[in-house]
Design a protein around this ligand. Sequence first.
Ligand SMILES: Cc1ncc(COP(=O)(O)O)c(C=O)c1O
Length: 421
Amino acid sequence: MRVRRTLPPAAAPLHLRDLWSGFKGFLAGETYLKNLEEGIKEYFGVRHVFLVSSGKAALYLILRSLKSLRPVRSEVLIPAYTCFSVPSAIVRAGLKVTLCDIDASSLDFDRKLLEEGVTDETLCVVPNHLFGIPSRMDDIVRLCRKRNVFVLEDAAQAMGGRHGGRFLGTIGDVGFFSLGRGKSVTCGSGGIIVTNSDAISRAIEKEYSRLSFPRTKDNVGEYLKAVMMSLFIRPQLYWIPAALPFLKLGRTVFDSRFPVMRLSPMQAGLCIDWRRRMETAMNVRKEQAAMFCRRLKGQEPAGGVSALPYLRLPFIVENRDRKRKICTASQRKGLGITQMYPFPINDVPQIAHRFARAAFPVARFVADRLVTIPLHKWVSDKDRDEMARLLVPASSQPDRDTAGSLDAIRTTGDLVGKERA
Ligand SMILES: Cc1ncc(COP(=O)(O)O)c(C=O)c1O
């Protein structure tokens, strides 16, 4: 176990004031829930909000509701490179996961393949705004309207982000945010469903009315986890949880046995200051992303806009071996550079048999090469310098000042073009 300052890959800090409100949430009954719900409605300009135990619980509930509205359709079309929680929720909802390969420069659906992928069986398409990079919602909505397919926005990583002046998560028929660790705002775990559709809201309400609140014992456990998280997320202490493999930090798993419950008043209490926390964190991340990109002298990350409030900054490196070396060196130096999803969804062992004859080469390309740069408030100038140096391949390290140009790091689009040529 190595005792050293270690940056977490992503961090949405909880302050003492939030912990105190969380504690009061045990006593406050549903007032905090009501306040959070009303605050979300007002801020995001949506008519209906449901607060649940996680992002995947939100997704599961939405899927069940959409299925009740169009019972003859049962396929859910998702990007082949996304969080493994997404197929977990689809399987749990009794629906069929279908995959569309991605566009490597935006990490969004490949536009042409999406058109081909939507069929008469498709219940909904799930764009995912990965890292906060807006999916091309106008195109997706247009296509889905034509084919009578729902658009379910997975804005788990994009709460507070906008596209064309509209909030991500509110552009499709229905959307959700995650309040999990390392998201824009966190209360340990939680999910928020937003929609302006009265019909979808009525269908969700039917499912939601059957959900219970977490038991007091579980709630106390969640609270203690939140307290620990608020302490150990700091770089001076993060090496401790990072060194404990049973915590599985940063691991993405497929598990469809997750709890589906309401958000507790305690968790809503932890979110009391969500607006300020979200906006502050977004500004910090936007600034950090721009500073890192400047360090790379104009090289742009996936998404292509250095001023986005990325959740983490995604870069594609030359090959899988480089990815592994960068992540290992980062771990040794405590820099918080990590991979994202280790393989595409068609390789998730529990569902891989369904895709035996399909290939998603760009999703695999990205999974093999993508590394993410942390952007939270604890990343210092010195950290940025060290991270930038790590990303420069040994063969092209001229000197310290010009190392920032990083010729070998390309936007994903450049690299794909080269590899395919
Ligand atoms: C893109 C995406 N969708 C869905 C989820 C599920 O959210 P939660 O972890 O709150 O269940 C996540 C979580 O990391 C995610 O990144």
